[in-house]
Design a protein around this ligand. Structure first.
Ligand SMILES: NC(=O)c1ccc[n+]([C@@H]2O[C@H](COP(=O)([O-])OP(=O)(O)OC[C@H]3O[C@@H](n4cnc5c(N)ncnc54)[C@H](OP(=O)(O)O)[C@@H]3O)[C@@H](O)[C@H]2O)c1
Length: 296
């Protein structure tokens, strides 16, 4: 099969961050893309259509729509929506398993599930164990499947985990002890890795890859931002109690366990040689230090 010339790749989540990155990478390689969307008239869906992406309207729970959307595709990429509560976690599993059922009914030749690091086992993190359940369900489906397991998004450092500037020093505070290396990757690289697998240009021994671009402690992360800004930097560990919900507390505890297993950065770069480390990602964003919060 030469998917780049002839085939169609179906993508669920194309209007979101990870699915959007998969679409970007597929289009960059000249692939034909069909996005499974719930609201074809949304601005994001229309923006995909304007770039040549075929839109297929689906409803999770309406198998006719999801199976029809997957007819005659060469491969299918899906992720599952963010979960912030145990109810969301069950909804996440419902979405994931419904998509696997649809792929099986449509006899999709290759399914790529973008889950999360550590989803090969139960970790006690509810929104990771949901992905473990979906991975297991996908394995049992008999479909040819590849698991893409992203680590923390570097993009979090532009939003919820952004460093501040205080009295001329870059300050990063996270609920993570400083002897723990956080595994991280850019969303763009997740999309590129998934696209290579979908297009059959990358081999994934064992059918799964943990997608990681860098592994750094809090002090090292702060230093990377400080180096970019040309300013001193420091890291401060926060207590887990600063986190608003129990799912995130469980996840930050799991970061410590995950760091005990060093990542195979070379395996990821074998698939996508241009995978960014944190310094490269910071540069790519054009990041500059925020306004100084000078203390009186
Ligand atoms: N944040 C991190 O550091 C990190 C790291 C690893 C893994 N993850 C995992 O990444 C996932 C979130 O990925 P993301 O950031 O790419 O999500 P996102 O940007 O919020 O995108 C979600 C996508 O799913 C679609 N969607 C959601 N529910 C749907 C439904 N019922 N029917 C049809 N489409 C639906 C959305 O479509 P609409 O446009 O219609 O809403 C959108 O395209 C979570 O499972 C999270 O656990 C996060």
């Amino acid at each position: 099969m030469d998917t780049q010339e002839n085939g169609t790749i179906a993508v669920f989540g194309g209007t979101g961050q990870q699915g959007g990155a998969v679409v970007d990478a597929l289009l960059a390689r000249g692939a034909r893309v069909r996005a499974l969307v719930r609201t074809p008239e949304s601005d994001r869906a229309r923006a995909l259509a304007a770039r040549g992406v075929e839109l297929s309207a689906i409803r999770i729970g309406d198998a006719t729509s999801t199976v029809a959307a997957l007819e005659a595709v060469d491969a299918f990429s899906f992720m599952t929506p963010e979960a912030n509560s145990l109810e969301d976690v069950e909804e996440e599993v419902r979405v994931g398993t419904a998509l696997v059922d649809a792929a099986a009914a449509a006899r999709v030749p290759h399914v790529v599930f973008t889950s999360v690091f550590g989803a090969d086992r139960e970790t006690g993190v509810p929104h990771h164990d949901s992905k473990h359940r979906i991975e297991e369900y996908l394995k049992l489906s008999g479909l040819r499947a590849t698991m893409v397991r992203p680590t923390a998004f570097m993009e979090n450092f532009a939003t919820v985990m952004a460093p501040s500037l205080e009295d001329g020093t870059i300050v990063l505070r996270l609920p993570l002890p400083d002897d723990i290396a956080l595994k991280m990757v850019s969303i763009k690289n997740i999309g590129q890795v998934a696209a290579s697998i979908l297009l059959g240009t990358a081999e994934v021994p064992g059918g799964a890859v943990e997608v990681v671009g860098d592994e750094l402690t809090g002090s090292q992360i702060a230093a990377a931002f400080g180096a970019r800004a040309g300013l001193p930097a420091r890291y401060e560990t926060l207590p887990l109690s600063v986190l608003g919900n129990d799912l995130d507390k469980a996840m930050f505890r799991e970061f410590a366990t995950a760091s005990e297993h060093p990542s195979d950065l070379a395996a990821v770069r074998a698939i996508e040689p241009a995978t960014w480390d944190l310094a490269e990602w910071i540069r790519s964003t054009g990041w500059t230090a925020p306004a100084d919060r000078v203390r009186s």
